[in-house]
Unconditional design. Structure first.
Length: 370
């Protein structure tokens, strides 16, 4: 039963039923970047957005967020529509099926290092607009991406996309998240940079000459753990499927997120969550560092997603939402929401409602998890 059907059939039940866990959301800037090639070519994007269950109106709101599964759906729709897995951003299209051939070319590599080298050779054949290289010493390895000449369309998204594609694929190949110690991006800090903490690493910097993603050199020796059977399952829904690994394979990140959600309205501290997970605070902190995250970043992301969820789906007063999410008072919730979205929560709700009305009966939930 869909959310809309459930609401229509039993409005009173939704008032007492526990809220469903909020799914991960992504900033609308990633959608705008993904559509840049289509728009540059003068193509209408509204139909594709609606097929992915995203209201076209949300593109005009820079603070909007959408569920990551809808983003992945749009990803694959655009690839099929253009017959281009590069979204029309580059001088030559990357024909549909290129990602599958990349996967088949690297899955037989013995180690991560060889898989990266094969990926670099493959990308050199199909993507002349971006050059990928690997450098390493005894302690660190660096995956570098540079543009031989300036990209004209969707430059920020092009770098975001290629790093995400490579990092997600390589992590899948070795069966664990490859923790990025730091990433330097070759453009000014974008408005949606806070999302980078959960996509790449909290240690992201900007205005670099080239993109440099640094990780521990000993990871290059990891064996490739996937086989043909695993690849067949992986390719179902790929390459957009990589985006659903939004939090990568971060076991501890997910466990902490769930523990914090289960504890609401209490605002759990690191020590309390560590105790609930039968770990010491020091061990918890170390595990998070290994996974490239932090306790505060997880708490902020959870509260943000739940706040957007409540604003989109309910008519709860802001004081009630603040209390449910563990804020000391409404003022603290207001300040946090303003930091997350650049907009006051009441204003954000009005924008949701206005978008819903323009959508001819949609309730505006395209802004947030359903």
């Amino acid at each position: 039963m869909t959310y809309h059907e459930k609401t229509a059939n039993d409005a009173s039940a939704t008032a007492v039923a526990p809220p469903a866990p909020a799914r991960a959301t992504v900033a609308i800037a990633f959608v705008q970047g993904m559509l840049a090639g289509l728009r540059h070519a003068g193509r209408d994007t509204d139909l594709l957005l609606e097929r992915a269950r995203i209201a076209p109106q949300v593109l005009s709101n820079p603070t909007a967020r959408i569920p990551v599964d809808r983003y992945a759906e749009l990803y694959n729709l655009i690839n099929r529509e253009l017959d281009d897995e590069g979204f029309g951003l580059f001088s030559v299209p990357i024909r549909a099926g290129a990602f599958e051939f990349l996967c088949r070319g690297v899955i037989t590599a013995p180690t991560l290092a060889e898989a990266i080298r094969r990926s670099i050779r493959f990308l050199r054949l199909i993507l002349p607009d971006l050059e990928v290289s690997l450098a390493s010493n005894d302690e660190q390895a660096c995956l570098c991406i540079r543009e031989p000449r300036p990209l004209e369309i969707g430059r920020v998204f092009a770098f975001e996309w290629l790093l995400r594609l490579l990092h997600g694929l390589l992590s899948w190949l070795v069966g664990r998240s490859i923790v990025l110690d730091s990433v330097a991006f070759p453009y000014p800090r974008p408005a949606h940079a806070e999302d980078y903490a959960l996509i790449y690493t909290a240690h992201s910097t900007f205005d670099a000459e080239t993109l440099s993603a640094v990780f521990a050199a000993n990871l290059l020796d990891l064996p490739i753990r996937r086989d043909e059977a695993a690849l067949q399952a992986f390719l179902d829904g790929a390459p957009g499927k990589l985006t659903t690994l939004y939090r990568r394979d971060r076991e501890m990140v997910l466990r902490i997120r769930n523990a914090l959600r289960d504890a609401l309205p209490a605002s759990g501290s690191l020590g309390e969550v560590a105790s609930a997970l039968h770990l010491s605070p020091r061990t918890l902190h170390r595990r998070l560092k290994e996974e490239g995250s932090s306790f505060q970043a997880i708490k902020d992301a959870l509260r943000r997603d739940l706040a957007i969820d409540r604003l989109a789906k309910t008519r709860q007063a802001l004081t009630e939402i603040a209390t449910e999410l563990g804020f000391a008072d409404t003022a603290a919730f207001y300040r946090a929401f303003l930091r997350w979205t650049g907009m006051a929560p009441a204003h954000y709700r009005r924008r949701l409602q206005a978008a819903g009305e323009r959508k001819n009966g949609h309730d505006g939930a395209e802004f947030a998890p359903p």
